[in-house]
Design a protein around this ligand. Structure first.
Ligand code: TYM
Length: 341
């Protein structure tokens, strides 16, 4: 069977990159896959989170999932910490992954910054927990933005090494092709790497100190309009062809965002707006952005007004997730040699 797993960290400031690169695409996979969408609260605490804020942010990501059209009855929406098998498998995978592999993770290097000695151990081990998230469901497909590609390669490496290290034990359980499938990343569309509105060479990020650098999913129409109007651009009009966007990172970004919002390609956008000045193109972008995002924001706000409902969705999702993860982790116990009496 084809099973999708993906996750979003509840660290606040959900933005247009999270929406276009991930969340909005999650909903579109529901007809073709069994989908499991997780709010990865255990990943969030790899850097300090104020406890009461974390609770609010968990509900906010959940609300974004639901507002984007994910159906928690036919699929699964839950928060990671409610399903203990994530942490249990993560420990086993910590013992499979090599220090040398984790040392190469660019996200760790970026997030730890200069003072690496002072980063949490969890931040370092983060990719092994992410591998556990995916593998504990034996998921086959993982929709993410471009920035998660390296973590998915590590997931595949960990799965491969587990399958090899425990080959005999895995065969003894009746698996001929290895225990964990190697998950495929799904990195598709024109917005797999949405860039900062202030600097076309930096990705749009939850942690950028400048709020003008990103469009938050909680922004109202006025804030969206203001941020797009102030977005950095170069002085030239839009090109007529996609290759004219090369070496114009800000222009390429706004065109890609427009295409993703309007549901087309960058070539479609340039066929319509090629030759336009940015003042006019930005006005068109504001219209499509407000048109697409306002209903999502409205629905998120409506859902956030009833935290009890959100918590019930998460509890129901956790029960369904556990029902899949528990038997898989039981087999891991057998494979590894953990006695369970
Ligand atoms: P996170 O919470 O940083 O981001 C959530 C999703 O949004 C995508 N994304 C972007 N896409 C396009 N442009 C951007 N500027 C941009 N910024 C973020 C991310 O690629 C991601 O898909 N490690 C993950 C969470 C995670 C996970 C998993 C994902 C934990 N376990 C298992 C998949 C499978 C993360 O930090 O995402």
């Amino acid at each position: 069977t084809n099973r999708v797993f993906s996750g979003v960290q509840p660290t606040g400031n959900l933005h247009l990159g999270n929406y276009l690169g991930a969340i909005s695409r999650f909903a579109g996979l529901q007809d073709d896959y069994e989908c499991i969408y997780c709010v990865v609260d255990m990943h969030a605490i790899t850097v300090w989170q104020e406890p009461r804020e974390l609770e609010r942010h968990i509900r906010e990501v959940t609300a974004a999932y639901l507002a984007a059209g994910i159906d928690p009855d036919s699929h699964i929406v839950f928060n990671q910490s409610q399903v203990a098998e994530h942490a249990e498998l993560a420990w086993v995978l910590n013992c499979v992954a090599r220090i040398g592999w984790l040392n190469r993770m660019t996200q760790f290097k970026e997030k730890a910054g200069k003072n690496r000695e002072n980063a949490s151990v969890g931040l370092y081990a983060y990719p092994a927990l992410m591998a556990a998230d995916i593998l504990v469901y034996r998921a086959t497909h993982v929709p993410v933005g471009e920035d998660q590609k390296q973590h998915l390669e590590l997931t595949r490496d960990v799965a491969t090494k587990f399958n090899l290290d425990f080959e005999e034990s895995i065969r003894a359980l009746g698996y001929e092709e290895g225990f964990f499938p190697l998950p495929e990343p799904l990195i598709t569309g024109t917005a797999t790497r949405v860039m900062s509105l202030r600097d076309g060479t930096k990705k749009m990020s939850k942690s950028d100190p400048s709020d003008l650098s990103r469009i938050n999913l909680t922004d109202d129409a006025d804030a969206i309009a203001k941020k797009i109007r102030k977005a950095r651009t170069d002085p030239d009009p839009l090109p007529h062809e996609v290759k004219g966007l090369e070496a114009r990172p800000e222009a390429a970004n706004l065109v890609g965002v427009y295409a993703a919002l309007a549901g087309g390609t960058s070539a479609d956008v340039l066929a319509e707006h090629g030759g336009a000045q940015f003042a006019d193109f930005k006005q068109a972008l504001i219209e499509v952005a407000v048109d697409k995002l306002a209903p999502v924001t409205g629905e998120m706000n409506r859902l956030m007004a009833d935290p009890g409902h959100i918590d019930r969705v998460l509890a129901g999702g956790a029960d369904k997730a556990r029902a899949i993860a528990a038997p898989i982790y039981d087999e891991v116990r057998r494979i590894v040699g953990f006695i369970r009496s």
